[in-house]
Design a protein around this ligand. Structure first.
Ligand code: UFG
Length: 345
């Protein structure tokens, strides 16, 4: 098995993927500057897997330090999984340059090093945001890519385009994974999502409301053209997202004749409304939730869910965790956070 470099290995999806890689028998080295994550995550990963992973505290924008890292550490690295990026939509609207620099300059610096050391496989974190407000559902990988709703979305669209052009002139082969809405936490409740300040995303807002940290959830909009008037999204468990990265790496390793750049939707294939999520949370956890309806949130798409056939057929991946698992593990994680308040930020 190869040695895999994970950028953003202490982040939400990154940490779950490090666990999945170790459990699949890969050796892992991580780069994470901890600007949006915590340094104790590698200890938590060790508690789960029994394996120590070294994290190098490097910001990808710092090209000289990144080059030093590759110079010293490239031996044996057969693949890179690139998570390290900022992802808060609202913050990206307020500070586009921060997003362009961190997400795109960081990616270019990483691609340079991958190029220099001829690392054969690269997996990229993309997002269903590239489909915008789709005209027909479910979206397939060949659905039209639309003008992004935020600078964050633009960095994902441009990030994919960079890779698409780059593979034409380098031996590296790339899989870009378009995530729909990853939620939940590792069943151990040792790793999960840390929300900075007031959460933007639905699930952390729900669990923080249930925990009494927020007074009430505001459901953005009740007059959308959907079955109950609230927006539809495709939620999937973060551990399933992690397993898809292992599957994508194996696909790149085994299918040397596969396209040098390929994209895969990572979704459950099922759309849930916001109200359905709220009701399912109450049922699964037995915890009532205080909520009200508010105005529509700017930039929200009405409905999006994945056609995930390509990932199922070509990567041999399918979701293992149910909606109930997503909600149960998200709630267990929230309760674990409440018990160790030094970890909440
Ligand atoms: N929602 C609420 N109240 C909240 C938070 C969210 O009603 O307090 C609703 C939103 O309006 C939306 C749904 O819950 O209808 C899901 O919202 P999230 O913020 O959890 O997720 P999004 O689908 O808006 O965002 C996700 C990713 C982004 C990505 C975007 C692309 O988090 O990174 O999909 O569509 F850019």
């Amino acid at each position: 098995m190869g040695r895999i470099l994970v950028t953003g290995g202490s982040g939400y999806i990154g940490s779950h993927t490090v666990v999945a890689l170790l459990e699949a028998g890969y050796e892992v080295v991580s780069i994470d500057d901890h600007s949006r994550s915590h340094d104790f995550i590698m200890d938590r990963i060790k508690q789960i897997t029994g394996t120590e992973v070294v994290n190098h505290r490097i910001n990808l924008v710092d090209r000289a330090t990144l080059e030093d890292f590759f110079c010293n550490e490239h031996t044996g690295i057969t693949g890179v999984i690139h998570f390290a990026a900022y992802k808060a939509v609202g913050e990206s609207v307020a500070n586009p340059l921060l997003y362009f620099e961190n997400n795109l300059v960081g990616q270019i610096n990483l691609m340079r090093c991958v190029d220099q050391y001829n690392i054969p496989h690269f997996v990229f974190s993309s997002s269903c945001t590239v489909y915008g407000n789709p005209e027909s559902l479910p979206v397939t990988e060949s659905s039209p890519l639309l003008e992004p709703e935020s600078p964050y979305g633009r960095t994902k669209l441009i990030g994919e385009a960079f890779l698409r052009d780059w593979v034409l002139v380098c031996p590296t082969r790339v899989a870009a994974l378009r995530y729909f809405n990853p939620v939940g936490a590792h069943p151990s409740a040792l790793i999960g999502e840390f929300s900075r300040g007031v959460p933007e995303n639905l699930l952390p807002y729900i669990t923080q409301t249930a925990a009494g940290i927020r007074e009430r959830l505001t459901i953005y909009g009740r007059d959308y053209p959907t079955r109950d008037g609230t927006c539809v999204r495709d939620y999937l468990h973060v551990c399933d997202v992690a397993l898809a990265h292992v599957a994508a790496l194996k696909h790149l390793e085994r299918h040397t004749d596969a396209p040098p750049f390929d994209v895969f939707n990572l979704g459950s294939g099922v759309g849930q409304t916001v109200l359905e999520m709220v009701q399912a949370f109450e049922e699964v956890t037995g915890t009532p939730l205080t909520y009200t309806f508010g105005e529509r949130r700017t930039g929200d798409v009405v409905a999006v869910y994945a056609d995930n056939r390509k990932a199922r057929e070509q990567l041999g991946w399918s979701t293992l965790y149910s909606l109930q698992d997503m909600l149960r593990t998200a709630w267990a994680w929230e309760q674990a956070l409440s018990q160790s308040h030094n970890t909440r930020q």
